[in-house]
Write a protein that binds this ligand. Sequence first.
Ligand SMILES: *Cc1c(COP(=O)(O)O)cnc(C)c1O
Length: 387
Amino acid sequence: MSYTYEKTDDILAHQGDDYEKFMGAVVPPIFQNSLFVLPTSGNGIPEHPYVYTRTTNPTVEVVEQKLAALEGGGDALCFSSGMAAISSAIMHFLEKDCHVITVKSIYNPTRTLLKEYFPKKFGVQTSFLSQEELEHLEDHIRENTKLIYLESPSTGIFHLQDLGKIAKIGKKHGIGTVIDNTYATPLYQHPLEYGIDISVHTASKYLGGHSDLVAGALISSKEICSSIRLGERANFGGCIDPHQAWLLLRGMRTLRLRLEQHAKNAKAVAEFLKNHPQVEQVFYPGRKEGPQKELIEKQLKGFNGLLSFVLKGTAQQAEGFLDSLTCFLKGCSWGGFESLASPFTVGTSEEYNRELDCPANLIRLHIGLEDVETLIGDLKQAFEKIK
Ligand SMILES: *Cc1c(COP(=O)(O)O)cnc(C)c1O
């Protein structure tokens, strides 16, 4: 039998371990099988609950138990990617010709899903609200609104949404609420405690943490998870592969340690950028400043290695800066061990920036686990090369 732990570090280390079931293996084995043969009176196979890996698999179950325990959910489900988790969570609430409310600052592929795919295919209408419009959320609710989709903080300039307030509005109008909780990870924000229905994550970022896997997850009540397990996940087939689940498990054991080091490094880099004459503005929620200070303090228990800044100068100068970096690699993901720089709104149109609710010339940095002096030195020399 597996034991239920309460403390975060105990959950990360041991939740889901079952020495009797896994014959004393200190690490749960990879059940790399599609099928589980069923017991009959003649074959001597003991009773077990498994049928087929698309629905349940013992290795996958260990990760799901960890995630549910970490975020206070009734259950959790793992997926083949963050987008598989996101699209399943959205489809759980969607109806043909319904209306969805979301924020402008969401992850780009999710925007495409809600702006183009679902509208063209199923007549769904989506309202993308700015931070100001979100203040008057109830004005945007229609008779056919079925879902409020959030991402808090977002991953460009880290907009937060008031989860308690929005969950309450959702409940009052019978509208489902989903949040992309990837930034905070299950350690630093527990949306279900505010009344949000589903928390989704990509596991390809900090949960995995080593830039060696693509996976996703959602955490919710037992009822919703059971409905998605047999509905969206079984029918669309976006289940995680057991080997990916095992890698994810390995990454998660060091999640808290890694996050703390990422945040420590990022805070130092944010400080450096803040004082640099070539920097217009720095966005790092861990500085706990700006108009959302109170919400940051209320909702976020910790921070990570993601930050962004507006470079003073032209788009060409920002491009030149990015090309001069040697330790920072140019890439658009985040959450791994390595430091990355990406041209978030460098050279993009004003219309695009407005659509994202983001300033122009924004460079996003993911601060990795390298020596922080090396990273600051790299930024310094790239600033000096700007002409
Ligand atoms: C990367 C990312 C996703 C998508 O995850 P995949 O595993 O790549 O499908 C979703 N949301 C956020 C905030 C992300 O950064």
